[in-house]
Design a protein. Structure first.
Length: 402
């Protein structure tokens, strides 16, 4: 997610351990076949065998993904990794997917925790290499619903190890929005009684949220995948968002600001993450969330290895560590998401964490479309038309916001 997941300061919130507190939550899944039809990345091979560590590994990661105890002494899966492998971890925290892509282009980093709106860009540019999952034993316990998906593989070849997952949910103030909404229509209705107090995620990838809604409400458009939009489908999604712009109070990218907006009543309905809802409830805001009847977008980040990694062995050791049951449980609780390793649920501090985040609920996941980089080759299998790529999504988003 380019400017997609601006989970910038999540790591600073020890309060994330309060995630267990509330309501329903997120996950995700995609009804798309594994791999990207018609997308041919540069030829390169994955690491064949694992050798001794090089002594260090350089990461580009979202805040909260590589905790070393500096934010909270009790939250540390980096030092145990260093002790176990001899690989010192050097982490560069990135605030957006665009920043991650640019940092990886420098060649100074070995591993990146790429989101779905960045992963295909990294693959297409030859910035990251295929991953030999046989060298990461813990990959075997990753939920099948996260393996070989359009955002982390190409034509059946894995390009990384899934980190975790979450969904973009509908949140509302229960004291002001009645009856409880079950559809995204409440944020797209131009005659909304909540005009000026509707909020939406500030990113070009949000265009997919409009496409998900149109998939259900305007089937004649023929949208099969919200990240594979031809000219007509794309224009319909953009038009819907321009219409929505008239009722938006503010767009959000900083989760702390959305919590405050719902607490103060400046926002009463809009898109959110489960962890934000949990934190808002902890702050005594009267909110609730749901996965609307049309489904939703979501995310699953992928740990990827640089094509020219200077420390490939330590990179692979990190990939295996971060999806090991204990470490994966720690990061899922700290960040506020569902873990990727099925065995992690037995390792969480809060025994209810995986229930709150629907970690094992594949039926729930089936309603969620993970962020996937839009590319010109339509990833829904169509070959007779071209789809809008991410650059065009970015231009359109600027126009939408005016």
């Amino acid at each position: 997610m380019p400017s997609a997941i601006l989970r910038n300061s999540l790591a600073a919130a020890a309060v994330l351990t309060l995630v267990a507190a509330c309501g329903s939550t997120e996950p995700s899944t995609e009804a798309t076949a594994p791999g990207q039809g018609g997308f041919t990345p540069p030829k390169m091979e994955a690491l064949k065998t694992l050798g001794p560590g090089e002594g260090q590994v350089n990461l580009v990661a979202w805040a909260g993904y590589a905790e070393d105890g500096s934010n909270d002494p009790k939250v540390d899966w980096v030092h145990p990794f260093e002790k176990a492998t001899g690989c010192k971890v050097n982490t560069k925290t990135a605030g957006t997917s665009d920043e991650m892509v640019n940092l990886m282009k420098t060649g100074e980093y070995d591993v990146v925790s790429a989101s779905g709106d960045a992963s295909l860009r990294l693959i297409a540019a030859g910035t990251v290499a295929p991953v030999n999952t046989a060298l990461t034993p813990n990959y075997a316990d990753v939920f099948p619903g996260l393996k070989n998906k359009p955002w982390n593989s190409v034509n059946g070849v894995a390009y990384g190890v899934p980190h975790g997952r979450g969904a973009n949910l509908l949140m509302w103030r229960t004291d002001q929005v009645k009856p409880a909404p079950t559809s995204w229509g409440v944020v797209f209705d131009p005659a909304s009684p909540y005009k000026g107090k509707v909020t939406a995620y500030d990113s070009p990838i949000y265009i997919a949220d409009a496409a998900v809604y149109l998939m259900a409400t305007k089937p004649e458009l023929g949208i099969k995948n919200p990240y594979a939009l031809d000219d007509k489908q794309f224009q319909a999604s953009v038009d819907l968002l321009k219409q929505q712009r008239q009722i938006i109070g503010e767009y959000w990218s900083d989760y702390t600001k959305e919590v405050q907006a719902f607490k103060s009543g400046d926002s009463v309905v809009g898109t959110t993450w489960q962890v934000i809802a949990n934190l808002a409830k902890t702050d005594k805001a009267p909110v609730d969330v749901t996965l609307p009847q049309e489904g939703a977008t979501g995310w699953s980040d992928t740990w990827m290895v640089a094509a020219k990694a200077k420390h490939p062995n330590c990179a692979y050791k990190w990939l295996d560590w971060i999806v090991s049951p204990k470490a994966n449980a720690q990061v899922a609780e700290w960040f506020g998401e569902a873990p990727s390793n099925a065995k992690a649920c037995a390792e969480t501090t809060d025994p209810k964490h995986c229930d709150v985040f629907h970690a094992t609920d594949e039926a729930y996941f089936s309603k969620v479309w993970y962020w996937t980089t839009p590319i010109a080759q339509c990833i829904d299998g169509r070959t007779d038309v071209k789809c809008k790529d991410y650059a065009e999504w970015t231009r359109a988003w600027t126009e939408i916001k005016g």
